[in-house]
Write a protein that binds this ligand. Structure first.
Ligand code: ADP
Length: 497
């Protein structure tokens, strides 16, 4: 009898975990940043760990037709939302990709605007609707996960709905995890606006949960209070956000909930980011021939972008949303001193007009040495990762950061500020021991960034043997999801117990 119990207990323990991913974007359907990458790559890695994963995202109009045309209609119903009981259409459209099931929530009123994010005033109702709709859909489809893994503020009402409006329904059995990909964005609006659209109980609009201040409510804050576990995307960021400098006003709230907070570093999809099979590259390469082939990719990049074609120039890449978070004021401050006749800079990004204008100005000043490509362009990103010698990531804060991981995978040496996931993933180069993966600086200071770049230049131009060793060491580094997916699985299993 005892033995039977053990066998049953163990069998239950090892049964596949059923996990729902809920978030506002997911590659390849819709992506504006790293969240989109994680929503695609982590479920794929979890499937390899024998999890069952379904991903729930909105059916935005901007999702390309080639994906829309593959969707299968799974059903629809009307759902209450808002105070006063207005009802809204909820449609479910489904597809499968690489073993993962994707359920798209369809409602033209909310998701037919074009881009995912259109301004907070519209985004608040949009994601109240989305958060409630995904739970209603799980009940409707009779697919009840063990864990609902919610991502960022757009999914932060899910843990609250789960324990309130859906508490007595089948999906109420599920546990919730809320992951902070970027604490800067929290979904803050006037209390009446959120009260109206969420129709959550009045008592939740108090300080321990949704209340931000006398006038405002904060969706992320409420989700963090209600989630069974909270994770963020690196151990360092998990510590940093509990301090005033990085906590974006929620540091004391996070310290209060620190018992359920942990950091699990992101990986990248090493099938998509594989320089040996990357069809977008002029000359695909592996660790064995990286030193030769990188030159070919560099020449192709220079040709493509109208830069002087010279394999001996050091090419610095920057691929980023052009916002204050990414440390671009530091780059701006030292830019004239970067260009020395032997160095070229390639910037790929869109965002703040201040930075777009600054980089375009430098391109005009240094024709042939600088390219500012002000756009979002997946193909060119691959070519820069392959063709550049080093990648700049001098962020003010960086929860994890994916560009430094992709760079290392492509043998491009990262130059980063020691914050968040950058600190956890890039070991500083030690010129005596000849160890490390990149060049780093600590305080947020333009002169320190310049020093780090100059240290990289010195090794590149005067000690190429050791530079090439860094390139190869970076390509050897494990930046896959494997270890982190196992940590998430452990977390899900602990919750299921
Ligand atoms: P964040 O999520 O803060 O924007 P991450 O480093 O976590 O930053 O992820 C950025 C992702 O978006 C990477 O996959 C990077 O290659 C990609 N990316 C950023 N800007 C561009 C761009 N302009 N064109 C193509 N890809 C970009």
């Amino acid at each position: 009898m005892e033995q039977e119990k053990n066998i049953r207990g163990e069998a239950a323990e090892n049964a596949p975990c059923k996990v729902a991913f809920v978030g506002s974007e997911c590659y390849p359907f819709v992506k504006t940043g790293g969240l989109g990458d994680v929503m695609y790559a982590l479920p794929k890695a979890l499937i390899r760990e024998n999890c069952q994963v379904r991903v729930f995202i909105p059916l935005y109009r901007c999702i390309p037709e080639k994906y829309r045309s593959r969707l299968t209609y799974k059903g629809s119903f009307m759902m209450d939302l808002c105070k006063g009981g207005r009802t809204f259409y909820v449609g479910v459209m489904e597809t499968e990709l690489d073993g993962v099931t994707y359920d798209f929530i369809d409602n033209q009123e909310f998701f037919d605007w074009g881009n995912p994010y259109t301004g907070l005033w519209e985004d608040i109702p949009k994601y109240c609707y989305f958060s409630k709709a995904v739970l209603a859909v799980m009940n409707y489809m009779e697919w009840i996960p063990d864990v609902i893994h919610c991502h960022d503020w757009q999914a932060a009402l899910v843990p609250i709905y789960l324990r309130t409006r859906f508490g007595g329904t089948p999906v109420g059995r599920a546990k919730s995890v809320l992951t902070i990909h970027n604490l800067r964005f929290q979904g803050i609006c006037s209390i009446p606006h959120l009260k109206y659209w969420s129709d959550l109980p009045d008592e939740l609009f108090d300080y321990p949960v949704l209340k931000q201040n006398e006038d405002e409510a904060n969706m992320f804050k409420g989700g963090l209070a209600f989630a069974d576990r909270v994770t963020t995307v690196s151990a360092t960021y998990a510590r940093e956000i509990q301090t005033g400098a990085f906590g974006e006003g929620l540091d004391s709230h996070l310290r209060y909930h620190q018992g359920k907070l942990s950091g699990i570093v992101n990986g990248i999809d090493v099938e998509i980011w594989n320089s040996a099979t990357d069809a977008l590259l002029a000359a695909p390469y592996s660790r064995k021939n990286v030193l030769e082939k990188k030159k070919e990719n560099k020449l192709a990049l220079q040709r493509e972008l109208g830069l002087e074609e010279d394999e001996h120039k050091m090419v610095l890449g920057l691929i980023s949303r052009l916002t204050d978070q990414k440390g671009l004021d530091l780059v701006d401050a030292i830019f004239p001193r970067l260009i020395d006749g032997n160095t070229q800079v390639v910037v790929l990004g869109t965002g703040d007009p201040r930075y777009e204008g600054a980089f375009q100005y430098y391109e005009g000043m240094h024709k042939g040495s600088v390219c500012a490509f002000i756009s979002y362009n997946e193909g060119l990103a691959h070519q820069i990762y392959a063709g550049a010698d080093a990648l700049l990531v001098p962020s003010l804060f960086e929860p994890c950061g994916l560009t430094q991981l992709i760079a290392m995978r492509y043998g491009t040496v990262p130059i980063v500020r020691e914050t968040g996931g950058l600190k956890d993933t890039v070991e500083p180069y030690d010129a005596e021991q000849h160890q490390g993966n990149g060049f780093t600086f600590d305080k947020y200071n333009a002169e320190l960034l310049l020093e780090a770049i100059n240290a990289a230049k010195t090794v590149y131009f005067t000690d190429r043997w050791h530079w090439d060793e860094i390139v190869q060491r970076d390509m050897d580094k494990d930046v896959s999801w494997e270890k982190s997916a196992a940590q998430y699985l452990k977390l899900y299993r602990d919750l299921r117990r």
